[in-house]
Design a binder for this molecule. Structure first.
Ligand SMILES: [Zn+2]
Ligand SMILES: [Zn+2]
Length: 260
């Protein structure tokens, strides 16, 4: 059974993130962490022009989420960009934007036919959020750059049809990899990133599990697509849930969609 949300991850990983989400003739972009040129190309390959977007939602100010934003904004002056107050405070591009374009995200709003709500995510940025998108009876949730699963994150994800979920690293690869201890601790800590195993375990603990999950924000250094997929698949299989949840793995350089 497929739901109404069409997700196209233009790019995902520690080197840049941007995801197109569509439902009911409305298109929303979450984050602009790759070059404007790549975002335009990605949108075009989905049959869209950037000015067709109803809005761009920013999760937080880290470069891998906003790298292409300044140039993109210039090209699409009529598309509103949403971030919360603290995140805008860290984005230099705010100074060159009109009030029409620079929007402070209230906790919920309606863009085209999609209702959007944000929720807090523990991460080492000013005020990181994830987003819940609703269209008719369907729900799509975006959760990456998450140090650990809080009650609020869990509640946000419950009952999603489609879930974009961080699976940043394999815990053993991170521990044995080349990163200095301090960086390893940052990544694995409460203000860092979710591991494959934590993502898998989280899925099994949900009361209302998603139909499909797109594993996202993989580390190039401490993860591979195969390891992320296999780790999460095995945890689901052990909980007898593997057949109930389709697993996709987002890619740093290739578009991945939930309709393949
Ligand atoms: Zn981040
Ligand atoms: Zn990130």
């Amino acid at each position: 059974m497929t739901n109404n949300f069409e997700v196209d991850v233009l790019a995902s990983g520690s080197k840049g993130n941007s995801t197109l989400i569509r439902a009911g003739n409305t298109a929303i972009l979450i984050d602009a962490g790759i070059s404007c040129r790549r975002i335009m190309k990605g949108l075009q390959s989905c049959g869209l022009e950037p000015q067709d977007l109803s809005g761009i939602l920013i999760t937080h100010e880290h470069t891998d989420h906003v790298m292409g934003l300044a140039v993109l904004c210039k090209n699409i002056p009529h598309v509103p960009i949403f971030a919360n107050e603290k995140t805008w405070g860290r984005l230099a591009v705010r100074r060159s934007l009109s009030n029409e374009q620079r929007r402070v995200f209230p906790r919920g709003c309606v863009l085209g036919n999609i209702r959007v709500e944000s929720f807090k995510v523990p991460h080492d940025a000013a005020d990181t959020v994830g987003y819940k998108l609703f269209y008719k009876n369907d729900k799509c949730t975006y959760l990456t750059d998450c140090g650990y699963i809080t009650k609020e994150c869990e509640q946000a994800v419950e009952g999603s049809n489609t879930l974009i979920l961080e699976a940043n690293h394999d815990e053993t690869l991170l521990r044995n990899g080349p990163y200095p201890k301090s960086l390893q601790e940052r990544i694995a800590g409460h203000w860092g990133h979710l591991s494959n195993a934590t993502a898998g375990k989280f899925l099994t603990e949900l009361a209302n599990r998603p139909e499909e999950v797109i594993l996202a924000h993989l580390s190039e250094q401490n993860n591979t697509e195969a390891i992320a997929f296999n780790t999460v698949h095995e945890i689901l299989a052990n909980a007898n849930e593997a057949k109930n949840i389709r697993i996709y793995v987002a890619h740093q350089r290739q578009l991945v969609s939930n309709r393949e």
